[in-house]
Ligand binder design. Structure first.
Ligand code: HAS
Ligand code: CU
Length: 552
C-alpha cells in the first residue's frame, strides 16, 4: 500500500455512508418540527392538525432538539471522522469490527431512545433536565449512542497507534490529528453525562432511587453539554482548515496555528460549563466568575481559526486572480455549492460568536438567559456553522462515497443561499424579540401576554423558518437523488477528497504541537481545578428529594 495510491475501500465507504444515512434521516424527521415551532410563533398554529400523532408542542420541540442537535450531528461526525482518520493516515482501520460494533451500538441506542420519544414518553427536551422524567429507555438509548461513539473513537486510537509505530517522528497528518483531538475531547467531556445517566437518571427512572437532585444533574449535564458544542464544531473546523482551502485553490495558511487551536480546544472546552448555570442558585458566584473567565479563553482558538481560515481562503482567492483588499473574496468559487455553503456557514458563525460573547458575560447573561435570544444564538452556531458546513461537506462526500455525480449542483447553490437568507431573518428576529423579553421554549402563539411590538419579529421568525424549511428539504432531495441515482459518474467526473497542503512543510511545525502527554495532563488538571471542588460539594450535599414530573 503506497502512500500516493491509497484508496478508501468499498466496504469502508459503505460503512461511512451508513452514518450519513442515519444522520440525514434523523435530520429530515427532526426538521419537520422546526417550522411548526416557527410558524406557531408567527401565529399560524399547525399543531392541532397533527395532534393525534404528536401530543404537544413540547413533544415536537424534544424531537427537534434530540434528532437535529444530538443525532444528526453525532452520526455525521463519527462517519466523517472515520474518513478523516483513515484518509489522513493512508491506512485502513486497525480493528474494523470494533468500529462496526460501535456504530451499530449507536443505532440500537437511537432506536431505543426514539420509541419513547415518538410515544410521548420522553418529552423532556434535548437537555432532559430533571425533575422532568422520561421513560428509562430514553436514557438508556442516549447512553448507548454515547458508548457507541466511544467504541468508534477507540477504533481511531488503535489505528493511530499502529501508524505511529510505523512512522516514528513523522508529524501526524493534520486531518487525523484534529480528528483524534475531537474524539479525545468528546470522551473526556462525556464523563459528565455518563455520571448523570448511570448514578441518577437511569436508577431514578427505574424506580431504584426515591428522588433526584436537579442541581447536581444540571452540573453533570453542562460538564458535557458545553464541550458538546465543540464536538459539533470541530469537525466543521477540520473542513474549514484543511479542506476548504483546497476547494478554493489555496493552501492552509499555518499548520502550527491550526494545531495550536485544536490543542486549546482540548484544554479549554470542558472547564466552563457553569456559563449555562449563571442563574442556578446552587452554584456559588465565585465559581460562576471563574467559568465566565475561562469562557473568554475558549473564544481565543475560534479567533485564531477566523484568522487562519480567512488567510487560507485569501491565498486561494489571490491565486484565482482576486486583487485588492477584498477582491479575492469575489474571486472565490461561489458557484461551487460545497464552497458556498461553508463560506455562508463561516459568515453566520461570526454573528453566532458575537452572541456567544454576550451570553458569556455574567451580567448581560441575566438579560438574555432563557429568552429566544439563546435559540437565536445556537441556530447561528450548531444550525449554521455546523449544519450548513456538514451540508457543504456532503456535496462532495456523497458523490465521493457513491461514485455518482452531484444531482443539480445549481440547486445546491440555491439551497445554501436559502439557508443563509432564512437563517439571517430567523436568527435576527429571535435575538431581537429575546431582548424584548420573549421566553424560549414557549408556544408564544398561545401566550396571552405577548405585546403588540413582538408581533413583527415573530412574523419574521415564521418567514425565516419557512425559508429554512424549503432549504432543508431541498438538501435532503439533492442528497437522496445523488445517492440513489442509477448512473455512475464518468471517470473525469470522479470526486476526490479535498485535502489542502500547508504553506510550510508540517514537518517543520514545532514538535510540542504533536505530543499528547503534556496537553492531556494540563487538560485534566484544569478540569480538576475548575470543577473538582464544586462537584465534591454538590455530591456530598446531594438531596434526592425531587419526584419525577410529566408535565405534557
Ligand atoms: Fe454557545 C448557549 C457561549 C459557541 C451552541 N450555545 C448555547 C446553546 C447552544 C450553543 C446549543 O456563555 C444553548 C444551550 C441550551 O439549550 O441551553 N457559545 C458561547 C461562546 C461561544 C459559543 C462564548 N455555542 C457555540 C457553538 C455552538 C454553541 C460553537 C454550537 C456548535 N453559548 C454560550 C453561553 C450560553 C450558550 C454562555 C448559555 C446561554 C444561556 O444563558 O443559556 C464561542 O465559542 C464562540 C466563538 C466564536 C467566534 C467566531 C469566530 C468566527 C469564525 C468564522 C470565520 C469565518 C469564515 C468565513 C471562515 C469567536 C471562526 C469567511 C468568509 C468569507 C467570505 C471571507
Ligand atoms: Cu456553553
Amino acid at each position: 500500500m503506497s502512500v500516493s495510491t491509497y484508496e478508501i475501500s468499498a466496504s469502508d465507504k459503505r460503512f461511512i455512508g451508513w452514518h450519513l444515512i442515519f444522520a440525514v434521516v434523523a435530520l429530515s424527521v427532526g426538521s419537520l418540527f422546526g417550522p411548526l415551532q416557527a410558524f406557531e410563533h408567527a401565529g399560524w398554529d399547525l399543531y392541532p392538525y397533527i395532534q393525534p400523532l404528536f401530543k404537544s408542542y413540547y413533544q415536537g420541540l424534544t424531537l427537534h432538539g434530540v434528532l437535529n442537535a444530538l443525532v444528526w450531528t453525532t452520526f455525521f461526525i463519527t462517519g466523517f471522522l472515520t474518513l478523516t482518520v483513515i484518509y489522513g493516515l493512508k491506512r485502513d482501520l486497525r480493528y474494523p469490527k470494533l468500529n462496526r460494533v460501535g456504530f451499530w451500538t449507536m443505532v440500537v441506542g437511537l432506536v431505543m431512545a426514539g420509541i419513547p420519544l415518538l410515544l410521548d414518553e420522553a418529552s423532556v427536551m434535548y437537555t432532559f433536565y430533571p425533575p422532568l422524567q422520561a421513560h428509562w429507555a430514553f436514557y438508556l438509548g442516549l447512553t448507548l449512542v454515547v458508548v457507541g461513539s466511544w467504541l468508534e473513537g477507540w477504533g481511531f486510537y488503535f489505528t493511530y497507534m499502529a501508524w505511529r509505530k510505523d512512522n516514528p517522528g513523522v508529524r501526524t497528518p493534520f486531518i487525523t490529528f484534529a480528528s483524534l483531538i475531537t474524539m479525545v475531547m468528546w470522551q473526556i467531556a462525556t464523563i459528565g453525562i455518563a455520571a448523570e445517566m448511570l448514578t441518577q437518571l437511569l436508577p431514578w427512572s427505574l424506580g431504584l432511587l426515591p428522588g433526584v437532585d436537579p442541581q447536581l444533574n444540571r452540573t453533570y449535564f453542562w460538564f458535557t453539554g458545553h464541550p458538546l458544542v465543540y464536538f459539533w464544531l470541530l469537525p466543521a473546523y477540520i473542513s474549514w482548515y484543511a479542506m476548504l482551502p483546497k476547494q478554493v485553490g489555496g493552501k492552509l495558511f499555518s499548520d502550527s496555528l491550526a494545531r495550536l487551536a485544536f490543542w486549546l480546544f482540548l484544554l479549554l472546552s470542558v472547564p466552563l460549563g457553569f456559563h449555562h448555570q449563571y442563574v442556578d442558585p446552587g452554584v456559588p458566584e465565585g465559581w460562576k466568575l471563574i467559568h465566565a473567565m475561562l469562557t473568554y479563553t475558549v473564544f481565543f482558538p475560534s479567533m485564531l481559526t477566523a484568522f487562519t481560515v480567512i488567510a487560507s481562503l485569501e491565498t486561494g482567492g489571490r491565486a484565482r486572480g482576486g486583487k485588492g483588499w477584498l477582491g479575492w473574496i469575489w474571486a472565490l468559487p461561489w458557484k461551487d455549492p460545497s464552497v458556498a455553503a461553508q463560506l455562508f456557514a463561516g459568515i453566520l458563525f461570526m454573528f453566532g460568536g458575537i452572541s456567544g460573547l454576550v451570553n458569556a458575560s455574567y451580567n448581560i447573561n441575566l438579560v438574555v438567559h432563557n429568552t429566544t435570544w439563546v435559540p437565536g444564538h445556537f441556530h447561528l452556531t450548531v444550525a449554521s456553522a455546523v449544519t450548513l458546513s456538514f451540508m457543504g461537506i456532503s456535496y462532495w462526500l456523497v458523490p465521493y462515497l457513491t461514485g455518482k455525480k452531484l444531482w443539480k449542483p445549481k440547486w445546491a447553490v440555491i439551497q445554501a443561499w436559502l439557508w443563509f437568507i432564512g437563517m439571517l431573518i430567523f436568527s435576527n428576529a429571535m435575538h431581537v424579540v429575546g431582548l424584548l423579553g420573549a421566553p424560549r421554549r414557549t408556544p408564544l402563539g398561545l401566550a396571552p401576554y405577548v405585546p403588540p411590538e413582538w408581533s413583527g419579529h415573530l412574523l419574521r421568525v415564521g418567514i425565516g423558518g419557512g425559508i429554512m424549511f424549503v432549504s432543508l428539504y431541498l438538501y435532503v432531495l439533492i442528497i437522496a437523488k445523488t445517492a440513489f441515482s442509477k448512473k455512475k459518474a464518468e471517470v473525469d467526473e470522479q470526486v476526490e477528497i479535498p485535502v489542502a497542503e500547508a504553506r510550510h512543510d508540517p514537518q517543520t511545525t514545532p514538535g510540542w504541537l504533536d505530543r499528547w502527554a503534556v496537553w492531556l495532563v494540563a487538560t485534566f488538571a484544569l478540569i480538576l481545578v475548575a470543577y473538582g471542588p464544586q462537584l465534591v460539594d454538590q455530591i456530598i450535599n446531594i438531596q434526592l428529594t425531587s419526584p419525577g414530573f410529566k408535565v405534557w
